[in-house]
Design a binder for this molecule. Structure first.
Ligand code: ATR
Length: 261
């Protein structure tokens, strides 16, 4: 039986095992997908298990998407460009790091029929998933990417790799078509992002990478002001779908039944 894991810390909340095991069963694959809480100190050992075929694939989540890179033999061009790995597999005796967050984000916009081309995007946050979002937006030919993060150095670090982004001071607002919350603010029910949306109008898209709760205070505020909103559920599902394809060479179905389960 083939074995797959999602690794990270915290990992308890991860819905990846439920989703992958659903598709594994649906496609009659002899495999199991589990979760493992892991810190950087455990990375060498788990990558070694892939090398020895004891584990067949790994999804990587917070906070390991960057720190896993030195332990891998190769990166796919996309993972290399995003400097972030969320999917690991073995091919021709080598352990590869790939990135399906970029594709997952792109697919999530397609899912809601939102064309971002030539749009101005304002990203909040500079954590693990942000480089993938920047890359996806760039590939989709947005006209401008603004980014704001509480810790400015982290935003400046991103600008070193993606020079076309423009940094906005934390707490300030700029003119945008889409605003993306990629911070962890919103996971707790009393979390608030203190921005003044008083003058933004009501023709924007509020996108939150968080999907649990399904409507963060950030999305509730966007909705109340009359804007479109979208949570991170479809990005999560599509990144998993692309990882499944890499490992099993089957593109599993995203059905209403799945979405409602
Ligand atoms: P990591 O930074 O380890 O990759 P993450 O969960 O991917 O972790 O990212 C957390 C993001 O949420 C960061 O952008 C973080 O801002 P800092 O870089 O300043 O830490 C942001 N964040 C978390 N708590 C926050 C808060 N109370 N106010 C503002 N931003 C916050």
């Amino acid at each position: 039986m083939k074995k797959y894991f999602v690794i990270g810390n915290p990992i308890d909340h991860s819905l990846s095992p439920k989703l992958h095991n659903y598709w594994i069963k649906e496609n009659n694959i002899n495999a199991v997908y589990d979760k493992k809480q892991l810190n950087e100190s455990g990375l060498a050992e788990i990558v070694e298990e892939i090398k020895k075929d004891k584990i067949n694939g790994i999804n990587v989540t917070i906070p390991l998407k960057k720190s896993v890179i030195p332990f891998l033999d190769e990166l796919t061009p996309l993972a290399s460009e995003a400097r972030s790995v969320n999917t690991i597999f073995k091919k021709d005796g080598k352990v590869f790091g790939d990135n399906t967050d970029v594709g997952g984000f792109k697919q999530s916009l397609k899912h809601i029929n939102y064309d971002v081309k030539n749009k101005k995007v304002f990203i909040l946050g500079a954590g693990g998933v942000v480089s993938s979002i920047i890359l996806a937006l760039r590939k989709l030919e947005v006209s401008k990417i603004y980014l704001s993060n509480r810790t400015k150095e982290k935003a400046e670090q991103l600008k070193k790799n993606y020079s076309y982004i423009e940094i906005i001071d934390w707490g300030e607002i700029t003119n945008f078509d889409i605003i993306i919350n990629a911070t962890s603010l919103g996971l707790k029910s009393d979390d608030q992002i203190k921005l003044d949306f008083g003058k933004i109008g009501n023709d924007k898209l509020f996108y939150d990478v968080i999907y649990n709760p399904s409507k963060t205070n950030f999305l509730l505020k966007g909705e109340k002001l009359g804007n479109k909103i979208n949570n991170g559920k479809m990005m999560f599902i599509y990144q998993a779908q692309l990882a499944f394809k890499i490992w099993h060479n089957i593109l599993p179905k995203v059905t209403d039944k799945l979405l409602n389960s």
